[in-house]
Design a protein around this ligand. Structure first.
Ligand code: ZN
Length: 362
């Protein structure tokens, strides 16, 4: 009741403000940078959904906070996550030219620089989303030219034309091989949780667990392969696969270890944070302890412990198997950390340290 009154008062104030200052408050335009971006009635994921907006659409800016932008959404005030929208300093029906000039000035630091692709088998996408068409598969060492970039994607000019690659590649770090490793020729099956229509947990900034899990899986895959392991991913793209075939793949390859990668969410407890490692068979407890210890040591994240969990992927897999919950997407600070390449690197190193310790005895 109290909240409703507050929202009504707030909306009236906004209306009044926009009437009084229409020319100034509508001077800026919000450009939407992703499809199906959720529009909410207030600046937070706890507010009611009032609609969707799509990539390339422009809306008048009404109000802003650090993380949210209020737009004029069909005469209503709607809030969108700032991560997926940018403010341009002109109204939407002005010519396009001044907008693209402003954009390219903002990003002048990297534009038209050459960039060497640091990983193999990289998909060049038609659009800035993992769901768009794959235009080409880029190989490690290939040089592309940066056209422009935003937080998540870089538009590049490659041999096969223009397309998009993920922005985390800019900060990609070569793995450091510390002395001897016993991972050579080990078969590791990595299962990035969820995918496709199954988005997994939705983060506090409306991002999806499925994308974080895939990103982590790819980092880990690369690092393990550098150490001589043979790695299979249950999915290498944004597709949905049922749980049973994911574990069957581990059995088929006689995996030495099967790891299902997940991120956690507890929206009712936004301060919840840290790592959980789950195993199902008693025989896998040693593996769970080793990997969990490695993760805690390398990431310094909150240790939520090793637990037994009756997950389907762990039930179907006959191989040594774990399900890893690598942090809370419902925790604002932790989600920010999870987005950094440095933290992803620590996660990979933690898992690798754990596996090396485990394979000393197995
Ligand atoms: Zn999950």
């Amino acid at each position: 009741m109290k909240k409703t009154t507050r929202i009504i008062t707030y909306t009236m104030l906004l209306l009044l403000a926009s009437l009084l200052f229409q020319s100034t408050s509508y001077a800026n335009t919000v450009q939407i940078e992703t499809d199906d971006l959720l529009v909410r009635s207030g600046p937070g994921t706890e507010y009611e959904l009032i609609g969707h907006v799509n990539q390339g659409e422009d809306y008048a800016l009404v109000e802003q906070t650090d993380d949210w932008l209020a737009i004029d959404f069909n005469g209503e005030t709607g809030w969108v996550s700032r991560q997926y929208a940018t403010i341009t300093d002109q109204i939407s029906d002005e010519p396009e030219t001044s907008s693209s000039q402003t954009d390219s000035n903002d990003q002048a630091d990297l534009a038209s620089q050459d960039f060497k692709i640091p990983v193999d088998r990289l998909h060049l996408r038609a659009q800035a989303t993992t769901q768009s068409e794959i235009l080409a598969v880029l190989t490690e060492g290939e040089t592309v030219t940066i056209v422009e970039q935003d937080q998540d994607w870089i538009k590049v000019l490659a041999q096969d034309g223009e397309g998009f690659i993920p922005a985390w590649l800019l900060n990609f770090q070569e793995p450091v091989i510390e002395g001897q490793t016993n991972l050579k020729n080990k078969v590791i099956v990595i299962d990035p949780g969820h995918g496709g229509a199954d988005v997994g947990a939705i983060s506090i900034t409306d991002r999806y667990e499925k994308d974080y899990a895939l990103n982590t899986a790819k980092h880990l895959e690369y690092q393990l392969e550098m150490l001589g392991a043979t790695v299979y991913l249950t999915r290498s793209d944004d597709y949905y696969y049922a749980l049973t075939p994911r574990a069957v793949l581990a059995n088929y390859h006689a995996a030495d270890v099967f790891l299902s990668i997940h991120y956690n969410s507890e929206p009712q407890y936004p301060s919840a944070n840290g790592l959980n490692t789950y195993y199902r068979k008693d025989a896998d407890q040693g593996l769970a302890d080793a990997v969990h210890q490695g993760l805690v040591e390398k990431t310094n994240a909150n240790d939520r412990g090793v637990l037994s969990g009756d997950y389907r992927v762990l039930r179907v897999s006959k191989q040594p198997s774990l399900l890893l919950e690598l942090g809370f997407l419902s925790n604002q600070a932790e989600e920010k950390l999870i987005q950094t390449p440095a933290y992803q690197d620590e996660i990979s190193r933690g898992i690798i340290l754990g596996l090396e310790n485990y394979f000393k005895y197995h």
